[in-house]
Design a protein around this ligand. Sequence first.
Ligand SMILES: O=C(O)C(=O)C[C@H](O)[C@H](O)COP(=O)(O)O
Length: 219
Amino acid sequence: MTAWTPESRAAAVDAVFAAAPVLPVIAIDDLEQAVPLARCLVDAGLPVLEVTLRTAVAVEAIRRMASEVEGAIVGAGTVLSATDLANVAGAGGRFAISPGATEAIYAAAAASPIPLIPAIATASELMRGMEHGHRRFKFFPAESSGGIAALKSFAGPFAGVRFCPTGGIDLVKAPAYLALGNVATLGGSWMVPSDALRAGDYARIGRLAAEAAALVRKD
Ligand SMILES: O=C(O)C(=O)C[C@H](O)[C@H](O)COP(=O)(O)O
């Protein structure tokens, strides 16, 4: 593959972010639920899926969702290392999201065929990411790192940077985030409650996902 430029990487991430106003953050324990859960979310209008690498079956869940669920744009969350990033790409994941960023993960991202969306919480972390050629970031943990006010402050010095805020956001808080010009999409786990997933209650998950899919962002 050709090397990423800031523009090509931002364009690759924007293509993912443009597909939905909200990315469900998924933690899946039962591999058999991977495909029905992904179908439920896609059918409800949330095609971009962030499967966190927090469970033993996560990489295999990504593989199944990516190959079996039409319309799903499957990626990974909780990507902590170069190995994680390689595993996600190998499983057919289309993007990877890390909850922070290190020199090692930036180096791995430069050589990865899929775009990494690193997380930042401060201006200095953001500047370091920009030095590595990134223009799209997760803002994590959003609510406890200054939330809306912090993102408004970033808009002045960091014009051209866009964010996926995640962490502590729910259906009530989401519209104020999506109204910001530098917010491209946002992440949250609220539409896949762990008790609903354990019970296989896809009707409830589908209702929560449809509410989230109806959120509107500013373009
Ligand atoms: O695992 C990761 O990579 C993370 O960065 C954490 C997740 O993004 C948050 O756990 C989702 O936040 P909530 O919507 O507050 O549950």
